[in-house]
Design a protein. Structure first.
Length: 60
């Protein structure tokens, strides 16, 4: 998966790798580590587990 990062950069339909900031409110900002796109994620989870979702979204 890690080695695929460089290849994905040139693809417009890559799977975004969301790096999600620590929850500080109703929403957290996620930044794609591949293309830098930002997206707001709802913090329906209160625990720090939310941050680890990055790995899950990678597979999505
Ligand atoms: Zn992206």
């Amino acid at each position: 998966m890690e080695t695929k990062l460089e290849l994905v950069k040139a693809q417009p339909d890559h799977a975004h790798r969301w790096l999600i900031e620590e929850a500080r409110g109703p929403q957290s900002r996620g930044t794609c580590r591949v293309c830098g796109t930002e997206k707001m994620f709802r913090n329906w989870l209160e625990d720090a587990d939310f941050i680890t979702n990055e790995e899950h979204r990678q597979a999505a």
